[in-house]
Design a protein around this ligand. Structure first.
Ligand SMILES: [Zn+2]
Length: 293
């Protein structure tokens, strides 16, 4: 009963986020829109590097590059606060996202975030964190963070937790992430999505005291009806895997759904990734700051 009322409270609080204010001055920095690259990482390890795995050295070189180029890391809270409440964003904003909640995020990313004072957004597969809390394991190849480790990350002020589903990050029984099955009615699909995501919200809130505002689609996949259900649950933003740099403005951006991301794979550095992506919006990345002599 208590659990049920907590869930109802969570849904209620999600249903009434701050609405965008129509009046008020534009941010001076906004111009034609704010360019916001969002980088997507998964794992940081010393071996088995690849599409979703970079080395600690590569991640550190990314952070050094961003510092040198005067980028400022922002969180989803910063972004939704800018969008809904017109709070200012720092110049040259960039968002670093980590999906899934692997142990390597705690072991390798956190110390480097502290060293360079940079922030990440961590989208958590909640069931995995429940499972690894119950049965801790330190194998870096497959382990996920425990709730204690996640809370330590949150306490640093450099990590923000968001929702990556409770247990929809799977491909099984004809289901691919949170994509609607062909054979399934809308009502059944809606029920499955709502049950899973509400359970994830409730568990994150109970374990950390934080209520996520953003949903990262598992595998970046969604159906025509997915967003309608997410909106009804009150999510203020979603992270996709569509390639590109987001250009956002209060005038032209209807919402913060399906934000584009750039996948940082092993190999080329973040500089090359950003240079290539900026070409698609016909803008140049921030220039190297001048060295004063
Ligand atoms: Zn994922």
């Amino acid at each position: 009963m208590i659990r049920k009322s907590v869930i109802i409270l969570l849904i209620f609080s999600l249903l009434f986020p701050c609405l965008p204010r129509r009046a008020g001055a534009l941010d001076a920095s906004q111009g034609e829109g704010i360019s916001l690259p969002i980088i997507m990482y998964h794992e940081i390890k010393h071996s088995k590097l690849g599409k979703d795995v970079v080395s600690p050295w590569e991640f550190e070189s990314d952070l050094k590059y961003l510092k040198r180029k005067d980028y400022n890391t922002v969180t989803m809270h910063d972004l939704t606060d800018w969008f809904y409440n017109r709070a200012p964003l720092p110049p040259n904003p960039i968002m670093l996202t980590f999906d899934d909640g692997y142990l390597s995020t705690y072991k390798y990313a956190l110390p480097l975030l502290k060293k360079y004072d940079m922030k990440i957004v961590l989208s958590l597969i909640v069931k995995n964190t429940d499972d690894f809390t119950r049965n801790p394991d330190t194998n870096i190849d497959y382990s996920h963070v425990t709730w204690a480790q996640l809370n330590e990350m949150l306490d640093s002020g450099l990590v923000e937790v968001q929702n990556h589903s409770y247990n929809l990050h799977v491909v099984k029984n004809g289901r691919y992430g949170c994509v609607r099955k062909k054979s399934e009615s809308l009502a059944v699909y809606e029920q499955i999505l709502k049950t899973d995501l509400t359970k994830a919200q409730s568990e994150i809130f109970q374990q950390t005291g934080v209520l996520p505002t953003t949903f990262a689609y598992p595998y970046g996949r969604y159906s025509e009806d997915t967003d309608t259900i997410l909106r009804a649950l009150g999510f203020q933003a979603t992270l996709s895997c569509r390639y590109g740099i987001n250009v956002l403005s209060h005038e032209k951006t209807p919402d913060l759904y399906r934000l584009k991301r750039l996948c940082r794979a092993h190999g080329n550095g973040i500089g090359a990734l950003l240079d290539e992506a900026y070409k698609t919006i016909k803008k140049k990345p921030p220039a190297e700051p001048q060295v004063l002599k």
